[in-house]
Design a protein around this ligand. Structure first.
Ligand code: GDP
Ligand code: MG
Ligand code: ZN
Length: 283
């Protein structure tokens, strides 16, 4: 018996890294009975090349399937395409909900100007999240940051199409990753609806070679909980005049005071209001 982490699932073969060993495993039949679907990232118990148990998960995402994510590199480009901050803020909310550390990566600074990049960087500096600015072929501090902060954890990438996620992954994974062309060719022919995910050991932890998470639904959050998933709001709770303050229309609200003072970004606040209003109240 040994413990390990599932680093790849392909055609019923579960590749498990256990200590320094890589073991190709099958699944004990009971998983089908229990209705448990093991995901890449799952910690498991292996006995004689058979996975006998899946250990409790910290979190998981469904599209693509990935478990126990510690860090999410949330990517947007400073230009081409221009940032869709509503989507970015949905992603950070989802990360917060699932107890994943968001790291903001702003790409294509070479296609923008300093003022614009600074504007976007400032929005997320005010959240307290780590912000990394990159440009094609530019040496940046993303490697240094991951070396220091990944600490045995699992990092994945999220963001809209065309912002440079594959470019970033290729950089982080070297030539270990699938070529992006291979994936899209398969998708085009409709042979693979989901892309096979794999974990690569990097920076003392693991990087998932997902091409990015497809959709972020905030539906599982209750309206009165949204405030907990914006650090700028979370840090100012408890001092509003009204209990259950939504920080939208109520007077004497320190959250709105902080917004007026410029202590956090208008776009973040607007996206909070948008997410809040899209959700039904909890009863
Ligand atoms: N100028 C510039 N182009 C970039 C940068 N990062 C990515 N690109 C280009 O942007 C396009 C989309 O990148 P890709 O990695 O495929 O984006 P994805 O859809 O998020 O995976 C490609 O043509 C890349 O070469 C960057 O930092 N600067
Ligand atoms: Mg891509
Ligand atoms: Zn308030």
């Amino acid at each position: 018996m040994a413990e390990g982490i599932i680093i790849k699932i392909n055609s019923g073969i579960y590749t498990v890294k256990s200590g320094i060993e890589i073991i190709n495993c099958s699944l004990r039949g009971k998983f089908r009975i229990d209705g448990i679907t093991p995901y890449v990232g799952d910690r498991c118990v292996v006995s004689n090349d058979v996975i006998t148990d899946i250990l409790p998960r910290k979190n998981y995402m469904i599209r693509p399937r990935l478990a126990n994510i510690d860090m999410l590199l949330v990517v947007f480009s400073a230009s081409n395409p221009k940032p869709q901050l509503d989507i970015i803020d949905k992603i950070t909310v989802m990360a917060e909900l699932k107890n994943i550390t968001p790291v903001i990566v702003i790409t294509k600074s070479d296609l923008s100007d300093e003022k614009t990049v600074g504007f976007y960087k400032n929005i997320y500096d005010l959240t307290g999240y780590k912000v990394i600015v990159t440009a094609l072929d530019e040496k940046n501090d993303i490697d240094f940051f991951l070396e220091k902060e990944l600490r045995g954890g699992l990092a994945a990438v999220a963001g809209c199409s065309g912002v440079g996620k594959s470019t970033l992954l290729n950089r982080l994974l070297g030539n270990c990753t699938l070529k992006t062309g291979e994936i899209s060719a398969k998708n085009k022919r409709g042979r693979h609806t989901t892309t096979c995910i794999q974990l690569f050991e990097r920076y003392g932890g693991f990087i998932a070679d997902t091409p990015g998470f497809a959709s972020f639904e905030v539906g599982e959050i209750k309206q009165n909980e949204v405030e907990n998933y914006f650090p700028e709001i979370r840090g100012r709770l408890g001092k509003c005049r009204f209990k259950g303050c939504s920080h939208i229309n109520e007077p004497d609200c320190p959250v709105k005071d902080a917004l007026i003072k410029g202590e956090f970004a208008k776009s973040r606040y607007d996206n909070y209001v948008k997410i809040y209003n899209d959700l039904k109240p909890a009863y």
